[in-house]
Design a protein around this ligand. Structure first.
Ligand code: URA
Length: 241
């Protein structure tokens, strides 16, 4: 394990609590405690690995990077500059925005379910790369009843007007009269909705229930709830070999 010591003002800054000057002021004012002791010296070098500190009476664990799963509610936008609805970042603690946390890919404002967020550019890039074929599992509620022909079209591929070749679901199965589970490897704009429309139906509601092997059920998150992902949970995001 790499041990890393940093001054307390830099630690607070790195965790998104504000500019260094502001963080120094917080420390000077006795707002930060470590192991029950007020940490009054902003220049003290502190081991970051395993560091737990309290700021404004709330406990925080030092994290070099943030890896988060949110069960996204409807009527939130994934855009960093939301226009018609609040942004998903408004659901998370304010300092995460200061750390430049971003959604990994996007869900439409009316899509619910698993949204990953991180401030680790390499992770965001790797997860979003089409080369990695990370399967995403959706439950779509359809306006018209689900038919065998619909499932067949989605599995064999449908032509979307701005795509060079038909797009097919990796797998697709009926859940009940108006719901199907669809697994996609790509993440094209409005892909599920456009595929359903191209196959002659209409998507009335959409939920993403899993990314890779990590499921919402596994995380036990209610709509609007979020959690940090453990290394084991992050490993589940990799496609099965
Ligand atoms: N496909 C869609 O149509 N919308 C989403 O939000 C995700 C996948």
């Amino acid at each position: 394990m790499i041990m890393s010591k940093q001054t307390l003002d830099r630690i607070l800054q790195s965790q998104g609590f504000g500019a260094r000057k502001y963080c120094r002021a917080l420390i000077d004012e006795g707002e930060v405690t470590i192991n029950g002791q007020v940490a009054a010296d902003y220049a003290a070098r502190i081991e970051t690995d395993g560091l737990v500190f309290t700021l404004f009476d709330e406990e925080w664990t030092y994290r070099e990077h943030l890896y988060i799963a949110l069960n996204k509610p409807a009527n939130f936008e994934c855009s960093r500059k939301p226009s018609h609805h609040p942004g998903v970042l408004s659901i998370l603690p304010e300092q995460f925005s200061w750390r430049d946390v971003q959604p990994v890919g996007r869900l439409d404002h009316d899509t619910t379910g698993m949204l990953l967020l991180s401030d680790d550019g390499a992770f965001i890039h790797a997860q979003s790369s089409p080369k990695r074929h990370v399967p995403k599992i959706y439950v779509a509620t359809t306006q018209e009843p689900v038919t065998d022909a619909l499932i067949e079209s989605l599995k064999s591929g449908v032509q979307l007007h701005d795509e060079p070749a038909p797009l097919a679901a990796q797998t697709c199965r009926q859940i009940d009269a108006h719901r199907l589970e669809i697994v996609l490897e790509q993440g094209k704009y409005h892909q599920v909705k456009r595929m359903l429309a191209a196959a002659g139906n209409h998507c009335a509601a959409l939920e993403r229930i899993a990314v890779g092997g990590l499921t919402l059920a596994h995380l036990g998150l209610e709509e609007g709830e979020w959690c940090y992902l453990s290394p084991e949970q992050l490993a589940l995001l990799m496609p099965a070999a």
